[in-house]
Design a protein around this ligand. Structure first.
Ligand SMILES: Cc1cc2nc3c(=O)[nH]c(=O)nc-3n(C[C@H](O)[C@H](O)[C@H](O)COP(=O)(O)OP(=O)(O)OC[C@H]3O[C@@H](n4cnc5c(N)ncnc54)[C@H](O)[C@@H]3O)c2cc1C
Length: 457
């Protein structure tokens, strides 16, 4: 139940024009915990609207949370009691492609899939993808520095952002929209907004880097004897496939068998495999497909992999990807209560980390594991009742192995308690000072990322 609004909940007159009906969907994100009912939902259409809203909130001492597609998995967009929602859903002008610069410019509320299609129709490739492509927004992806399978080849969303426009919480407009590949004129305020999870300002527009469109892609699904065998295969794939390698996704047993059974998918191998690796390459016009066949043939001959299924068409690529994405859907829809951890580890540490983590989980939760192996990014899912102390134990183990508690999804509200495991007190203090400079009234996304919130100042 949401708490009653305080008496000062009246919205300033200047903000009434931006209101949308308060619907239940605005309460939370995809992390699965219930949010409060927002005091109001405000949706700017332009950067000037956004300035007006933020100045109005500042003057009235009201707090807001920024929302894009609400697909976040750390509770960043989930509403806290007394907050107003600032939604980017009206910042959605048609994406503009500059074919000479190779850039795409779009409003922050533009959905990823819309931008992908616009890039493809113009003969380019937007090197960002994730399972929530039909709802996640470009602004949200910039704010969380989203990763996804393509990051192994193209880097995270930060590497795709050539420029952006944002309104800082105090109403200052940052406008770095020139799309320049090189710009060393002072501090890079645009990149400072990337990964800031809405704590510093509202991103209103982005300029993204585009890449040459591949002619086609090919996908292989490989069976391996262990996670350690998958890790040993990585340098062989990198050396053999070069820059055409653009995804390298690990699924640890029993997740694949369970997902196939629950979602009616055909298990790709003749018998259950301890670890499976989905490999995707882009065909750019040379002999990438033949190289993939040769590398896999050699790996089979050397018994580095025990089985492999190779796509022969785009339809087969989609079918193999449906096995990987089926694991995410299985976890969200069929696996019962889960806590989704998104760990970043040195790749070489993963094989040692997994048995230790399993021992920690014994009798407390059932771990289900998949992830972006090429980036050392494990989606470590705890199936069972939420257990705060277990999460802390797995995070502490991650830190002991040289990792951090989030690779992609961010700190949001749900991991604030554990930020000190991977950031020093001095670093957190420096972040808090930055926050106070950009948001002196502490009105935006309070209680996200920083261990110190306005209430504790
Ligand atoms: C099925 C599924 C698969 C996913 N796969 C991946 C994956 O592979 N890789 C990955 O990185 N993530 C993944 N995610 C998580 C999620 O899609 C990303 O975090 C995404 O970037 C969030 O975008 P959004 O628009 O939904 O942001 P929201 O959830 O609305 O917000 C996320 C955070 O960003 C802030 N924010 C949003 N828009 C703005 C803005 N314009 N300006 C300032 N702050 C803003 C919010 O306040 C919040 O703190 C997945 C989620 C689902 C449900």
């Amino acid at each position: 139940m949401s708490p009653p609004y305080p008496a000062s909940a009246e919205l300033p007159e200047a903000l009434l024009a931006f209101r949308l009906p308060v619907e239940p969907r605005y309460r939370d994100d995809a992390a699965g915990l219930p949010g409060a009912e927002p005091r109001a939902v405000l949706a700017p259409r332009t950067v000037a609207d956004c300035v007006c809203i933020l100045r109005g909130l500042q003057a009235a001492g009201l707090r807001a949370v920024v929302q894009g597609g609400r697909t976040g998995l750390s509770g960043g967009a989930r509403v806290r009691p007394g907050e107003i929602v600032l939604s980017t859903e009206r910042l959605v002008e048609t994406p503009v492609i500059d074919p000479i610069a190779g850039t795409l410019t779009a409003g922050a509320g533009t959905v990823l899939e819309t931008a992908q299609v616009a890039a493809r129709e113009a003969g380019f490739f937007l090197a960002a993808d994730l399972g929530a492509r039909g709802s996640a927004t470009l602004g949200g992806m910039a704010a969380t520095n989203a990763g996804g399978p393509l990051a192994v080849r193209y880097g995270t969303f930060r590497q795709q952002v050539l420029g952006l426009e944002a309104v800082l919480a105090d109403g200052t407009v940052i406008r770095r929209m020139g799309g320049l590949a090189k710009d060393n004129s002072g501090l890079d305020l645009a990149q400072m907004l990337v990964g800031s999870e809405g704590t510093l300002g509202v991103i209103t527009h982005v300029v993204l880097r585009l890449h040459p469109a591949p002619i086609a892609r090919r996908v292989a699904f490989c069976a391996l004897a262990s996670v350690a065998a998958a890790i040993r295969l990585l340098p062989i794939l990198r050396a053999g496939l070069g820059p055409s390698l653009q995804a390298c996704e690990l699924i640890v047993d029993p997740l694949l068998s369970e997902a196939c059974a629950a979602r009616g998918l055909r298990y790709p191998f003749s018998s259950p495999t301890p670890a499976a690796l989905l490999i995707e390459i882009a065909e750019l016009g040379s002999n990438e497909g033949e190289r993939l066949e040769a590398v896999l043939g050699q790996a089979l001959a050397e018994e580095r992999i025990s089985d492999a299924v190779l796509s022969a068409s785009e339809a087969e690529c989609l079918k193999l990807w449906s096995l990987r994405e089926g694991c995410s859907h299985y976890l969200i829809d069929n696996a019962g209560p889960i806590t989704s951890l998104d760990l970043s580890l040195p790749i070489a540490a993963i094989a040692g980390f997994l048995p230790e983590a399993e021992a920690i989980c014994a009798g407390r939760a059932r771990p289900l594991v998949f992830g972006h192996l090429g980036d050392g990014n494990l989606h470590y899912i705890l199936a069972g009742k939420p257990d705060h102390s277990l999460v802390g134990d797995v995070f502490a183990l991650t830190a002991r192995h040289g990792g951090v508690i989030t690779a992609e999804h961010g700190i949001g509200q749900d991991k604030v308690d554990w930020l000190p495991l991977c950031r020093s007190g001095d670093e957190i203090e420096a972040m808090t000072r930055l926050k106070a400079t950009f948001d002196p009234g502490w009105i935006l996304n309070d209680g996200r990322v920083f261990t110190r919130s306005r209430e504790k100042l």
